[in-house]
Design a protein around this ligand. Sequence first.
Ligand SMILES: C[S@@+](CC[C@H](N)C(=O)[O-])C[C@H]1O[C@@H](n2cnc3c(N)ncnc32)[C@H](O)[C@@H]1O
Length: 233
Amino acid sequence: MPKLDSDSIVTAYDRYSNFYDLLFGRVLQDGREALSQCLHQAVGHNILELGVGSGLMLPLYPARFRVTGVDISPGMLARAKQRVEGNRLNVELYLIDAETTGFQDGAFDHVVLPYVYSVTPQPMKLMHEAFRLCRPGGTIWILNHFSGLGLWDRLARPLKPFARGVGFRPDFSYQTYITDLGLTIAKVTAVNLFGLSRLVQVQRGEDIPDALTFCYEQEVSCTQVVVPTLLQA
Ligand SMILES: C[S@@+](CC[C@H](N)C(=O)[O-])C[C@H]1O[C@@H](n2cnc3c(N)ncnc32)[C@H](O)[C@@H]1O
């Protein structure tokens, strides 16, 4: 399958930014609202959204939380800024790669990944960063489609060769990206049309799970650039 890299994601989402809300607003909104309801019952002071996009989640966060949003697409972030200003929201926005944010360890009570896990270049790296940023005892919220459901697989199959163009991986395995990582899962809820997406609530324990660290190290080592060695004639 064609690889998603930072350049292809920025290109795709800068292009989407003018009509993202029209294309992915209503159709993915039930999932955002389910996440919002959970956060209304949650404790804590602050939330970090990785891949904030045009900011569709931002008005749905309970007002008592301090909210930070990050994205790598300047076009999407400009939309988020308009939404923050239009709704007079108290949100900090940053143009940075969510896989390497530079925020302090354990700085957030809730780390939220709405529809970004299957988009980011290195998903294990993003999940590892989410764990690093979430305080022990905090919660990581993943909202995404996953392959393995008959209907989703049928819908997604024709898109697989075009992952770079559409800006997400249509083929995204729940087994590989959730089950195999040794996460402590508190709750999984099927959301959106026909239950095609899932909202996964993950409890952040004292340590980052060994299986996640292992998968993250594998992913990073597989993507290191190998400099070709010139052989002497
Ligand atoms: C499908 S959109 C989701 C936007 C929003 N969370 C929502 O609910 O609609 C995915 C967003 O993640 C951003 N993104 C993907 N990989 C990223 C990364 N490594 N760092 C920061 N943003 C990223 C994209 O630019 C895009 O705006």
